[in-house]
Design a protein around this ligand. Structure first.
Ligand SMILES: Cc1cc2nc3c(=O)[nH]c(=O)nc-3n(C[C@H](O)[C@H](O)[C@H](O)COP(=O)(O)O)c2cc1C
Length: 403
């Protein structure tokens, strides 16, 4: 085991005891000061700034944070992946591409940043050293030798990259994962707008018969395909069987595995053509294996037509399944992971729906998105407590035309 030379150890203890008050460079042993100067050159110049304190504080957010000093006076621009936002009374600059976070404390620096929405040389702007420090840690992008910016070639959107970065640990210091200190966020009773008292009970499903008569898993996987053309109307019996088998209640929870086992997903249906079931908008009640109708009789054709448009399908599906999530219930248990986990749970439900539909010979097609405003209105959802996360089209296959 290697031990630190006493002078270095004393230096670090000096820094530690100085806490947020800071410490003058002269008060540090030369060796410690040199390491800091070499690696944090710009930060050192800022720490010794003015009576009013530094223009910016820069702190590492990962264990692997490094500070590759940008030499010279490069052409720079505020990175399109950098967010400037307020938290706990501080103005933060953060980026998934940076190993440090900056706390902006100075109005002059802030106005210099507005000048960097276009490319400029840091040194020509007010707060030049602070801007150079931000460039060193990647919060400001620097141009290549040919004047271009590498990030311009990236197909990442700001929001996708932020979402990926924050939903996995390692590259930031925000809490992620199961919390011992679980915050219970129960939205209480389900949102209004549906009539559970008038729920239509779906036909029971005979699992004993299915266990012997059903196609094999291999057959279901091999038969499965996305189908956007539909045959005769689906029946209430088929719809009920599909719902029970794919997302129904079981003694141990639900028919599908779900991160957290919290049951944050709810299944809604826009039913157009269905033999034995009036057209309408419904919420599936897994415990009762029943469908609660929507109070306001929202026209399901609007949702079905929108789904047809998303799929570029020649006709509307008979039924559109809409999955919604009370994501904060997951976030209360798995800090920072609520949205990313609920999307995975949605994918699991998609696959169950696909495979059960294949086993039953039904037509099914997942959709990548739906119109948030339309679905919010159709289902009377309270945003952001309950948000749409998945849409799935159902019907019968054309070869299933009846005699
Ligand atoms: C998450 C997900 C999103 C999808 N989104 C759409 C969509 O928006 N429109 C569509 O027509 N098909 C959509 N699909 C179906 C895919 O296009 C389809 O699965 C893929 O082309 C492979 O074809 P196959 O399912 O027949 O094997 C989606 C599938 C998944 C799993």
């Amino acid at each position: 085991m290697r031990t630190l030379p006493p002078a270095v150890e004393t230096g670090f203890r000096t820094l530690e005891s100085a806490g947020s008050f800071g410490v003058a460079e002269d008060d540090l042993p030369e060796r410690v000061a040199r390491v800091l100067r070499d690696n944090f050159a710009f930060a050192c110049s800022l720490i010794s700034a003015t009576d009013t304190g530094p223009a910016v504080e820069i702190e590492p957010i990962t264990g692997s944070a490094s500070w590759p000093v940008v030499a010279g006076n490069p052409i720079a621009r505020l990175s399109r992946f950098t967010a400037i936002r307020a938290e706990n009374g501080k103005l933060l600059m953060e980026s998934p591409l940076a190993t440090h976070r900056a706390i902006v404390r100075d109005g002059e620096l802030l106005s210099a940043l507005t000048a960097l929405t276009g490319a400029a040389r840091c040194a020509t702007l007010p707060s030049g050293p602070a801007l150079a420090a931000l460039a060193s840690c990647g919060l400001i992008a620097t141009a290549d030798d040919d004047g271009g910016f590498t990030e311009d070639a990236s197909l990442w959107s700001f929001h996708d990259l932020q979402s990926w970065w924050r939903s996995r640990p390692g590259l930031h210091d925000y809490p992620v994962g199961a919390s011992s200190d679980r915050v219970m966020h129960r939205s209480g009773s389900r949102p209004d707008g549906f009539r559970p008292g008038e729920a239509i009970t779906l036909p029971p499903v005979d699992l004993t018969r299915l266990r012997s008569a059903d196609v094999t898993l291999t057959e279901a996987i091999e038969q499965r395909r996305s189908t956007r053309e539909f045959g005769r109307p689906i029946t209430a019996g088929e719809l009920g069987e599909l719902l029970y088998r794919a997302v129904g209640a079981r003694d141990r929870g639900r028919a599908y595995p779900a991160a957290g086992g919290i049951d944050e997903l709810t299944v809604y249906l826009a039913v157009g053509r269905c033999t034995g079931l009036p057209s309408g908008v419904y919420r599936y009640l897994p415990a009762e294996h029943a469908l609660a109708p929507k109070e306001d009789r929202f026209d399901p054709a609007v949702l079905l037509a929108a789904a047809k448009g998303v799929a570029g399908a020649p006709q509307r599906p008979d039924v559109l399944v809409v999955l919604t999530s009370r994501t904060s219930e997951l976030a209360g248990k798995y800090q920072g992971l609520g949205y990313s986990l609920t999307l995975r749970n949605t994918g699991v439900v998609y696959q169950n729906l696909y495979l059960v539909a294949a086993a039953m010979g039904l037509a099914a097609c997942a959709l990548g998105f739906g119109d948030n405003a339309l679905i919010q209105r159709a289902l009377s959802l309270r945003f952001p407590e309950e948000i749409p996360v998945g849409e799935f089209m159902l019907g019968t296959r054309q070869e299933m035309q009846t005699d």
